[in-house]
Write a protein that binds this ligand. Structure first.
Ligand code: SAM
Length: 281
């Protein structure tokens, strides 16, 4: 018998993958967690039946949530990831030798534990082996209230705006992030699919612009996310992702990337007309 997993992207469309084996299935106090083996995309993490990461395409998402920020801020030393319990964002941050401390603030310890056990290529730096990494199991909202004016960069690598992550897309949350950033800090947050989630994005970017003086969207192609067209918000107190981009530093980065590069950094901020119009001020 063949086993297939389908994620519904709308009422009448979805994404289907053959599953060869279930490696873990369980519930935490926050959500259902499954890690399955798929012939096409390798191991895949699901939270409440939604695709979080797959071994085959996670490099795109994790390179793109991290490197545009860290090659725009002139000297990022302290970086906070909210969510990101699979460890992929932390792994990419660790490629930057100038980062002195990266904090992972993940609400669900089960996600961290199972990622270390079953997704070692992503969780390689959150297993206690890296002294520059500090792992905190906490609600990001609580952590931010306790750590104001503390970070150069904050990355919101959260689940979709439902369940434990619902509060991570509201104006009050963005105000907390703003306060947790130093005077020249900047934030990147994953902001869903411009193709399927236009209405959510309209509110999200309005909320962001009510808090940050500079807000830009950039995109990446992520095949296992709804429609494949995915987006990130770049919200900044001072530095602009194109004007203040350290292109030479990115060009001579000294580490490998398979999606991000110094040309794509610029191209990712060039948006299709329907996307620009949807989030226009
Ligand atoms: N790349 C994925 C995406 O774009 O959907 C996100 C992956 S990561 C697994 C998302 C994490 O956010 C989950 O582990 C979830 O537990 C965490 N999360 C959700 N709400 C949170 C909150 N309020 N504070 C901290 N972590 C939270």
């Amino acid at each position: 018998m063949e086993l297939w997993y389908t994620e519904k992207h709308s009422e009448h469309a979805g994404f289907t993958l053959k599953v060869s084996k279930t490696l873990f299935s369980g519930e935490s106090e926050f959500q259902k967690l499954e890690i399955v083996e798929t012939p096409e995309y390798g191991r895949m993490m699901l939270l409440d039946d939604l695709v979080m990461v797959t071994e085959r395409d996670e490099f795109i998402y994790h390179e793109m949530i991290v490197h545009p920020a860290l090659f725009t801020h002139p000297d990022p030393k302290r970086v906070l990831v909210i969510g990101g319990g699979d460890g992929g964002s932390i792994r990419e941050i660790m490629k930057h030798p100038g980062v002195e401390q990266a904090v992972l603030c993940e609400i669900d310890g089960l996600v961290i534990d199972k990622s270390i056990e079953l997704l070692p290529s992503m969780a390689c730096d959150i297993n206690g082996s890296n002294p520059r990494v500090h792992v905190r199991v906490s609600d990001g909202l609580v952590y931010l209230r306790e750590h104001q004016n503390a970070f150069d960069v904050i990355l919101v690598d959260s689940t979709d705006p439902v369940g434990p992550a619902e509060g991570l897309f509201a104006k009050d949350f963005y105000r907390l992030v703003f306060g947790a950033l130093k005077e020249d800090g900047l934030m990147v947050a994953q902001t869903e699919s411009p193709f399927y989630h236009g209405e959510i994005q309209k509110h999200m970017y309005r909320n962001l612009r009510a808090v940050f003086p500079m807000v830009e969207m950039y995109q990446a192609f992520i095949p296992t996310y709804p429609s494949g067209l995915w987006s990130f918000a770049f919200a900044s107190k001072r530095y602009h992702p194109i004007r203040d981009f350290h292109r030479e530093k990115a060009q001579k980065r000294g580490f490998s990337t398979r999606y991000y590069n110094e040309d794509l950094h610029l191209g990712a901020f060039m948006l299709p007309t329907f996307v620009k119009e949807n989030i226009a001020e």
